[in-house]
Design a protein around this ligand. Structure first.
Ligand code: ZN
Ligand code: ZN
Length: 566
């Protein structure tokens, strides 16, 4: 009995409407997903010139009989979707058959497939069958695509450069490897292996195979659930960051997805733990009832819509934030001389992938925050009016005085914001600010936030506001500057204005302004107070912009540096 059934015309048209093969990576995606559906445990993708010259995918899956091998190329053939209703409950990776027919119509294809006995070879060009014959083959399927878009010049010109096409394929295979640690994936270009995962079914090991030791040894495990979602996976410590969001690897029911709300929740959770413009590496599996997933979005795209996204976003945010909070380390002076210099080149050399194994169960030396809060650091002195040297039984500490003070003030102000009772000071000279008509409008819409915080703001003539009082936490002598900044901030945020984000920006700005600067002399007493206040912070390790505030030199490291021990 044929495994592939012919769908109803109606459904076929529904799918065909959105179906596009636009780049080498979309060909790779279709072929690899077919291989996964065939139950393969080993999948090899071999590209020549980034796929522009040749794409071949070899798997060890179930293979096809002669009848299916031919039918696989007919339009509207699929083994996965039978009825209209099934469209709404698709748990598989995407759409089948349809895409293979599209690919075959714009390229030359050689398919060799075998279920264990005699193999079948199908050779097609431009959608025409050139040959169907028996052949020698191993169990599984090998499909080779050449001359992509040879008969559709309009599409051919949309193919990008070799390096862009290759990068898209790499990104896809990397994400797929992380979503399926149980399958071994290999991707090579011009016979050079660029990605290799072992199919060990150990996610951390797969992370190691994709990102290397530096990343895999700096991951924190997360696991949590609520009524509708179950999340699990690994998130990077802030010591290994990337310059873009491409390494947000998120999977919903095993499918690689992109979702703005999910990304925002991840970003927000890392908010005060990293520099702006830097993004973490995360690998997160989300499991949910498939009826909560909207599949009406184009099947070749990774965007999805989820019902109850708010509860998922909150679960992700809380879980990631807790994991970071509970496991943060003081940057280690020796192991990471430059915290942010660990970016890998875009295409990884194979040597990196073949690094020696390491113990995936091992834990770094973790100082939990609650322990840190009990630490006593003793002042030693100040260097260049900018850095503080301190010590305790465990070693030596180097602090950036501005970053440390800024962190203390940031947490103080944030707590102040949560405080219901605000004490207010009337300004001796009220501050008036003249605005453009449109800015004035935007400002007036959000003015209530300022009032809730304890500012007294009034209209004062045409497009002018006057500030008569402010909460006492606003540092004396800096009110003018701060207030102007606050007004600008409200106007800048405009209609996207959110009270929480505004308050956070405000806390950051104000704490920066009121903290000691570089080149400011501090007495030993002032240093001692700063050290005592810093250890009590919830996150003493970074300033509110993510810059490190304290670096530890372990006793043992000091001894090693001076070769007292080996
Ligand atoms: Zn600052
Ligand atoms: Zn800062």
């Amino acid at each position: 009995m044929s495994k592939i059934k012919v769908m109803s015309e109606l459904l076929a048209n529904k799918i065909a409407a959105g179906e596009v093969v636009e780049k080498c990576a979309s060909v790779v995606k279709e072929l690899v997903e077919n291989a996964i559906d065939a139950g393969s445990t080993i999948i090899k993708v071999n590209l020549i010139d980034g796929g522009l010259t040749e794409i071949s995918v070899i798997d060890n899956g179930s293979g096809m009989d002669k009848e299916d091998a031919v039918l696989a190329f007919s339009r509207h053939a699929t083994s996965k979707i039978y009825k209209d209703d099934d469209l709404y409950f698709i748990e598989t990776l995407g759409f089948r058959g349809e895409a293979l027919a599209s690919i075959a119509s714009v390229s030359e294809v050689v398919l060799k497939t075998c279920q264990g006995d005699a193999g079948t070879l199908v050779h097609m060009k431009g959608g025409q069958v050139l040959e169907v014959s028996s052949c020698q083959a191993k169990k599984g399927t090998e499909i080779t695509i050449t001359n992509l878009f040879y008969n559709t010049p309009a599409r051919l010109k949309y193919l990008k450069s070799e390096s862009t096409e290759l990068n898209n394929c790499l990104t896809f295979i990397e994400k797929l490897s992380l979503s399926r640690p149980d399958i071994s994936f290999t991707l090579s270009n011009n016979e050079r292996i660029l990605v290799k995962s072992s199919g060990s079914n150990n996610l951390l090991k797969t992370i190691h195979e994709i990102y290397g030791l530096n990343v895999s040894s700096n991951m924190l495990e997360i696991k949590a659930m609520n009524d509708d979602f179950e999340i699990s996976g690994f998130i990077a410590k802030p010591s290994v960051l990337k310059k873009n969001r491409n390494h947000f690897n998120t999977f919903v029911n095993g499918r690689v997805v992109k979702n703005i709300e999910i990304n925002r929740a991840i970003d927000d959770a890392y908010y005060t733990y990293k520099h702006e413009g830097f993004y973490p590496i995360v690998v997160i599996n989300i499991v949910t009832d498939p009826t909560l997933v909207d599949v009406n979005i184009h099947p070749t795209k990774q965007d999805i819509k989820l019902s109850k996204i708010d509860t998922l976003a909150k679960l992700l945010y809380d879980t990631i934030k807790d994991a970071l909070y509970n496991n943060l380390l003081i940057p280690d002076a020796i192991a990471k001389p430059n915290t942010y210099s660990i970016f890998e080149s875009e295409i990884k050399p194979v040597e990196k992938i073949e690094q020696t194994e390491f113990d995936f169960g091992s834990e770094g030396k973790i100082i939990h925050n609650e322990e840190f809060k009990k630490l006593k650091l003793y002042p030693v002195g100040q260097v260049h009016g900018t850095y503080i040297v301190a010590e305790n039984e465990d070693g030596m500490f180097l602090l950036d005085q501005h970053a440390a003070h800024e962190r203390i003030n940031y947490e103080m102000i944030t707590k102040e914001f949560q405080n219901r009772e605000v004490s207010i000071t009337e300004m001796i000279v009220p501050l008036s600010v003249e605005l453009s008509p449109s800015d004035f409008n935007i400002f007036m819409e959000s003015k209530y936030v300022l009032e809730e915080l304890g500012f007294k703001v009034e209209e004062f003539g045409i497009n002018t506001i006057i500030i008569k009082a402010h909460p006492t936490w606003l540092k004396m002598n800096y009110e003018g500057d701060n207030l102007k900044y606050i007004v600008d901030l409200i106007i800048k945020e405009g209609h996207t204005f959110s009270k929480d984000r505004f308050l956070d920006s405000l806390a950051k700005m104000t704490s920066c302004k009121m903290s000691v600067k570089a080149n400011e002399h501090l007495s030993l007493n002032e240093i001692e107070k700063l050290l005592d206040d810093l250890v009590k912070c919830d996150n003493p390790y970074n300033c509110c912009h993510g810059r490190p505030s304290i670096i530890k030199f372990d006793n043992l490291e000091l001894e090693r540096m001076f070769k007292r021990v080996l």
